[in-house]
Design a binder for this molecule. Structure first.
Ligand code: XUL
Length: 534
């Protein structure tokens, strides 16, 4: 044991995501020394989840059993122990949780948490500690009424977005709490504390209720993102005296305390091991990517997601502005675009003979700006902006019914990236000298697609593997949380981590071509939004 402890300190990052619980351990050089996971469906079949959740008969209500998450933690730590992981070297841990989900602790649970018997599994000890057994999760969309009520109470969707960073969304926790209060009044009565998935998980390690952090707290429609306190008007609209059930929110970099004696005695954690506030999986991913001021990350997957670091929040009716998880003065924004890879594949099949090589060759052979042709390809109802259908325009802004295959390929890729840039700028993002575009996800392996991305943003594009970013970001945050007490910035704390790879730099004429095209794109998008939906 002594010899192992001399091998230097370790930091753990956990990720309580929808389908699995993951862990990663990094050393002081930020090298990954251990990782493991528990898959809910296959390793905890007794809970009968599919993809980690239960979809209820109304198809709108989606929940996960809280005890499944607790049991997954028992299982994960047992696996680590069996693999010979030396818990005594861990001096800091943190974690992330799927955003928006809520956990309802039954009256008396805080006492239980404080006196956990190290000879027993957590899921036995906490069997009776939850007043609501099935936690609403982010996939739930059953709270339409509650959203309307909240918006009406604060003065409309725009006002709600100004206060909390987002208009009302069904999955956001405030609306979920309002629904639990109305549909399960008795359970609500017996609730002593409400946690997010992230602060619930931190509570297990702390042996006490953990604070909700500013960043994950921003996904509740309850936090005033400027004052970083609960918004009274929002709380009052959801439930009386809700602040007592939520506890005071804290900066995401806070050290909450030490691990409870349960962990010391059951697994051999050091009494020195600190728990740094857990946060949401998207904020934790931002930390894992080491996104900086001015950067934008574009994840090119089934749906495309855009992450932004912003200094001044400018919330809109689309997208979300959250408090920043690594710098409490800053903000981050998140935008989701539904028509990503599946649309790229459809156009590849239609206009490039099903071949990515031909698709790429077409992008190489067609000019920047596509001769003025612009396309909107919303195969399914888009989130950002809320529009559907394919809309094509020629260089004179005249709507046309088709484009040649070559022009169509470029119109798709340019159109997607013009849209990512337009909506990012509406949330307060601007390209500054030194701006980097970080690309990740399936399509980020296509050099020609990345070249268009670089040209449209007039900024260099770097690629980065994000498959583990929330978990890794949590381990980084654990390390930084400890160092932050001495004033070290997140970026100084994690500078030893490996850097993203440069993949494309903008063409010298990019700015000249795309600055006016972005303005035209915005006007044409207005026209598309005004078209009647069929
Ligand atoms: C973000 C959101 C999802 C979950 C996934 O608003 O709902 O990304 O965080 O775990």
């Amino acid at each position: 044991m002594m010899a192992a402890a001399q091998d230097g300190p370790l930091y753990l990052g956990f990720d309580f995501s929808t389908q699995q619980l993951k862990v990663v351990a990094v050393d002081g050089n930020l090298s990954v020394v251990h990782q493991d996971n528990v898959q809910f469906d296959s390793e905890l079949p007794e809970f009968r989840t599919q993809g980690g959740v239960h979809i209820h008969a109304d198809k709108l209500t989606v929940t996960s059993p809280v005890l499944m998450w607790v049991k997954a933690l028992d299982l994960l730590l047992d696996k680590m122990k069996k693999a010979g992981f030396d818990f005594s070297r861990v001096i800091g841990l943190s974690g992330s949780g799927q955003q928006h989900g809520s956990v309802y602790w039954r009256r008396g649970a805080s006492e239980t948490l404080k006196q956990l018997d190290p000879n027993r599994d957590l899921h036995h000890l906490l069997r009776d500690s939850f007043s609501v057994a099935d936690a609403p999760v982010w996939m739930d969309s059953s709270t339409g009424h509650q959203c309307q009520d909240l918006q009406a109470a604060v003065g409309g969707p725009r006002r709600l977005a100004e206060i909390t960073g987002s208009r009302a969304y069904e999955r956001f926790t405030g609306n979920q709490i309002a629904k639990v209060r109305h549909t399960q009044p008795e359970s609500y009565q017996h609730t002593e504390r409400i946690s997010l998935v992230s602060s619930f998980a931190a509570s297990l390690f702390l042996g006490d209720y953990a604070a909700i952090d500013f960043s994950d707290g921003s996904g509740m429609n309850l936090l005033d993102i400027r004052s970083r306190t609960w918004s009274e008007v929002c709380l009052d609209a959801v439930a009386p005296q809700l602040d007592r059930l939520l506890g005071a929110p804290l900066p995401s970099t806070s050290v909450l305390g030490g691990v409870s004696s349960y962990w010391v005695r059951r697994f051999g954690f050091s009494e020195r091991c600190r728990v740094v506030a857990f946060t949401g999986d998207n904020p934790a991913s931002l930390a894992g990517m080491r996104l900086q001021d001015g950067d934008i990350a574009v994840s090119l997957g089934t749906s495309d997601t855009v992450f932004l670091w912003i200094q001044e929040p400018r919330p809109a009716l689309e997208g979300h502005v959250f408090c920043n998880p690594v710098d409490w003065r800053a903000y981050m924004a998140l935008l989701c675009f539904k028509n990503g890879s599946l649309t790229r594949e459809r156009i590849r099949n239609r206009s490039a003979g099903g071949s990515w090589e031909r698709f790429s060759a077409t992008l190489r052979e067609t000019p920047l700006g596509n001769g003025g042709n612009i396309g909107f390809f919303f195969d399914t109802m888009e989130i950002t902006p809320p529009a559907v259908g394919v809309h094509l325009f020629d260089s004179g802004d005249k709507q046309v019914s088709s484009l040649s295959p070559q022009v169509e390929v470029r119109a798709l890729v340019e159109g997607q990236f013009l849209s990512r840039r337009l909506h990012a700028e509406r949330l307060g993002y601007s390209i500054i000298p030194g701006t980097r575009v970080l690309a990740t996800g399936g399509a980020s392996s296509n050099k020609e697609i990345l070249q268009v991305l670089s040209d449209v943003f007039n900024a260099p594009v770097y690629t980065i593997d994000l498959s583990n970013s929330a978990c890794l970001g949590s381990a980084y945050r654990a390390l930084h949380g400890l160092a932050a007490e001495s004033g070290l910035s997140f970026f100084d704390a994690v500078k030893k981590a490996s850097n993203p790879q440069l993949a494309a730099t903008p063409h010298p004429t990019a700015q000249e071509v795309y600055a006016p095209m972005l303005k035209r794109y915005a006007l044409l998008e207005e026209r598309v939004l005004q078209e009647p939906r069929l």
